[in-house]
Design a binder for this molecule. Structure first.
Ligand code: ADP
Length: 478
């Protein structure tokens, strides 16, 4: 099959969260299955450093009352896998993918509408790997609200005039809290025929996530439990009625087990694997030294690697902090986002310099060293579509303590001393965090062999993309 991915984030080109990891790794797994995959994303800032060459192709898209010229840079990333970076001045600017220190960019509707238009020109116009373009017989796989207009445009701008006739559209929901809502009056800028207004209308506004749901052939969510939650009133973010009506399937994310491998990870102080974790001790000592914490192997090191957003439930960690910090533990937090949470964790670290380190920022190599150096990874999310930090944690031997929501339910099985099965600790209500931590820490201190078993169970679990890639393959076939 010929598969076109459209996403605002793709690792390692541009990453804000798990969306990037998925759109970096799933295409590789599909290419390994023999499909021809093209991944498109905007060329933000430094994305062009990634060995891409200018295809020389230029296209023009009419949006918001003017023609916009797009360029296309191609990176042949692997056999059967090309990444096409869309070049336009609206993408190439300082700040992050969606905004800068002053907040979200004011023209994001235009920027991502342009991404969607440009992406659909790729299979028709951009030659790949010395051959021709991908062609029209494609499966479009669009991700989250920024890419939703690709599904709409496929129908409205192309299939309506006989192009991409046999194409199928798959839309994946990675996070339904972000819905791409804009004033209804902006419809005119999108250059869609009036009859498409209903598809993008959401309560008088434009609702891009909603538009993706109703124009795709199939919708997927990134875990079975998240798919179930989306169909419920409490978990559907106001779209539950729609989620019950559209063909929605939950497919659990994997991780790139080659890229995230403690045996080969160049960012680590020492390599290790499940049956020889000596190197993990060296990684822990190196991390403690790097972050200015006392180098003490016997102290359990708890870590959080997270966007600092209300979704992530970090306030519940601040609530248990007085109790937690009376124990002989160390806590390392890496994240950035909401200024009040950043300040709260900075303060906690200032008050407990020998127990807490808060690193405010986004630093992938440091995140790898933390997964490797930590004994536990905490994921106290209010909701979590799939969650990847518990998966990287398990792979690197940091045992997860997670709230029982979304993909955390599908990936972390509670430890059972009776059977020796299980990969971590889970709790249902936010107040349950303290009790879950109590049992996790008690196991570390009083039952070291049990702790070693939980950790080994997690490290040996198979989180590779192959299973999910086969499920997507079946959906693409229809
Ligand atoms: P979400 O997509 O909601 O942010 P996920 O758990 O699905 O949550 O994915 C988060 C990804 O972002 C993981 O790869 C995690 O390691 C990474 N990450 C989160 N915060 C940081 C940070 N401050 N520095 C580096 N990587 C981070």
């Amino acid at each position: 099959m010929k598969i076109l991915f459209v996403s605002s984030e793709v690792a390692p080109y541009a990453k804000v969260g798990g969306l990037a990891d998925v759109c970096g790794a799933l295409p590789k797994a599909l290419a390994r299955l023999g499909h021809q995959v093209v991944v498109t994303l905007p060329a933000y800032g430094r994305a062009l450093d990634h060995l891409a060459w200018d295809s020389g192709v230029r296209t023009r898209s009419w949006l918001f009352g003017i023609h916009h010229e797009l360029g296309y840079a191609v990176h042949e990333a692997a056999e059967n896998l090309s990444v096409v970076l869309l070049q336009h001045s609206a993408f190439h600017r300082g700040g992050g993918v969606y905004g800068d220190a002053h907040g979200g960019f004011g023209d994001n509707l235009f920027r991502f509408a342009l991404m969607c238009r440009g992406a659909l020109e790729v299979p028709r116009a951009v030659p790949l790997g010395g051959g021709g373009p991908l062609g029209e017989d494609i499966v479009l796989h669009a991700h989250d609200w920024p890419a939703a207009l690709a599904c709409v445009n496929l129908r409205a701008a192309y299939q309506a005039v006989g192009v991409y006739r046999g194409a199928r559209a798959v839309f994946t929901v990675h996070n339904a809290a972000h819905q791409g809502r804009y004033p209804g009056a902006e419809f005119g800028g999108l250059d869609l025929a009036p009859r498409w207004r209903g598809a993008v209308d959401w309560d008088g506004d434009l609702g891009l996530l909603k538009a993706g749901l109703v124009t795709a052939d199939v919708v997927t969510a990134v875990s079975p439990t998240f798919a179930e939650e989306l169909r419920s009133r409490a978990g559907g973010f106001g779209l539950d009625g729609l989620f019950r009506r559209v063909p929605l399937q939950g497919i659990l994310n994997g991780i790139d087990v080659e890229d995230w491998n403690p045996e080969t990870d160049a960012a680590l102080a020492a390599p290790y694997r499940w049956d020889d974790v000596a190197g993990k001790g060296a990684c822990k000592a190196a991390l403690q030294a790097e972050l200015g914490l006392p180098v003490r192997p016997e102290v359990p090191l708890l870590a959080i690697i997270s966007r600092m957003d209300a979704q992530k439930g970090l306030d519940s960690v601040l609530e248990v902090a007085p109790w937690l910090l009376r124990q002989d533990i160390q806590l390392v937090v890496l994240g950035s986002g909401a200024p009040n949470l950043e300040a709260a964790f900075r303060q906690l670290a200032a008050r407990h310099p020998h127990r807490v380190h808060a690193e405010i920022g986004f630093d992938v190599p440091l995140s790898r060293r933390i997964y490797a150096g930590a004994d536990f990874i905490l994921v106290p999310s209010r909701f979590e579509p799939c969650g990847l930090t518990q998966l990287y944690g398990m792979r690197y031997g940091a045992v997860p303590v997670v709230r029982s929501v979304g993909g955390l339910v599908d990936t972390v099985t509670p430890w059972s001393p009776a059977t020796g099965q299980g990969t971590g600790w889970r709790y249902a209500r936010p107040e349950g965090l303290q009790e879950a931590l109590f049992w996790a820490l008690r196991t570390w201190w009083d039952y070291p062999e049990a702790f070693a078993q939980v950790r080994e169970n997690g490290m040996r679990a198979d989180w590779s993309w192959d299973r999910a890639a086969r499920q997507y393959e079946a959906l693409y076939r229809g």
